[in-house]
Ligand binder design. Sequence first.
Ligand code: M6R
Length: 375
Amino acid sequence: GVTDVGGKLGEKRNNPSVSSPPISKATSSSSAANQPPIKLGIPDSLYANLEQIQILACGTSWHASLVGKYLLEQLAGIPTMVQYASEFRYAPSPLMKNTLTIGVTQSGETADTLAALEMERQRRIDLGAEYEVKLLGITNRAESSLAHLVPHIIETHAGIEIGVAATKTFVTQLVAFYCLALDLAYRRKTLPLSKIAEIITGLRQLPAQIEIVLESQERYIEELAHDFSETQDFIFIGRGINFPIALEGALKLKEISYIHAEGYPAGEMKHGPIALLDAKVPVVAIAMPGMVYEKVLSNAQEAKARDARLIGVTPMNDEEAAHVFDNLLPVPVVDELLSPILTVIPLQLLAYHIAARRGLDVDQPRNLAKSVTVE
Ligand code: M6R
C-alpha cells in the first residue's frame, strides 16, 4: 500500500519509544528563533566539522538516497555522494576526514549495506582519531541489525511493509531526508528560517495531497493499465530532484510487472536511449513546475516526435502539459522541492495496476525477497 507516509521521525534505540512530534511548530517569529525547527535527536558531535556525506544503500533505498543527495546539497550545502553498497564494498571511495556516512535500508538487514557500513567503520578505526567514525542509519526497523551496527538511527515509522516492492517505506525515507537536510540547513545557517518554515508547512500538507492523488487517480490508472498489458518496454524520464523518481518508477514496474523499464535523466535521452523509441515504447515523463519544467516538456516532445505514447506526471489543471501528453497523471501543485513525494505515487499505482492486469502476484514477485540478506 502507499497510504502511510509515516508519522514520527525520532531518535534511536536509546529511546525507541520517543513519541514527541519530530517537527516542531515552524515559525519565523523571534521567540521561536532559538528552537531548532526539526527535532531529530541527532547529537551535535555527528554534525561537527562536517565536510561531506556519503550514503550507502541498495535498490529503492538507493533511489531515496539520490533525492537525499539533492536535498543535502541544495538545502544544506554539503557535498554528498551516493554509493551502491554492493559496489562500495569492493571499491570504496578514498577516505576523507569529517565525513558522515549514512546507511539507508528500510529492513535494516540488507547484507551489502551492513557490510559496507561495517567496512567503513573498521577502516576509519584502523586509521585513528583523525578519521573519526560518524555513522547514521535510516531504517524502518528500529530493532534491526542496522540499529545495532550504527549508534544513531532515524526511524521512518512507515509501519510493517509486507509487499516485496518498497512503496510506503520509500516515501518515508524521503521524509527522513527532508528532515535531515532541514536540520542541517538550520544548524549550518544555509537557509533563512522563513524558508525552512515554508518547507515544513509544505511537508505537513503532503499527506492530504497524497490522498487527493489516490482518490483522483486510482480509477483512471486502473483503466489506463489495460493499454499496457502487452507492452514490453517502458522509459521513465525526469530531471533534477525528480530524476530519481524516474528510476524508482522504472524499478517498481520491472519488479512487479516484469516489463522491461529504464529510468533516465530526460536530458540524456538524446545521448543514446532515444534510439529505442517508437510507437511501441511508452514514455512516462515527470514534469513538475520549477527549474526544469520547460526542459522536461521539450524532452517529452522529442520523444513524441518518435511516435512514443507520452504519459505525463504533471501538475493538476496544467494546460501546457495537457497539450503535450497523451495521458495525464496529475498531482497537486507543490514546490518542486517537495514534488517527489507526490510524483512517485501515480508511478507506484501504475506499476501495481499493470501487474494486477497481467494477473501477477504484486506482493510476492518472482525471484525476489523482501530482505536481501545474502551478498
Ligand atoms: O531493505 P532495504 O531498503 O535495504 O532493501 C534494499 C533493496 O533490496 C530494496 O529496496 C529492493 O530494491 C526493493 N524490493 C525495491 O522495491
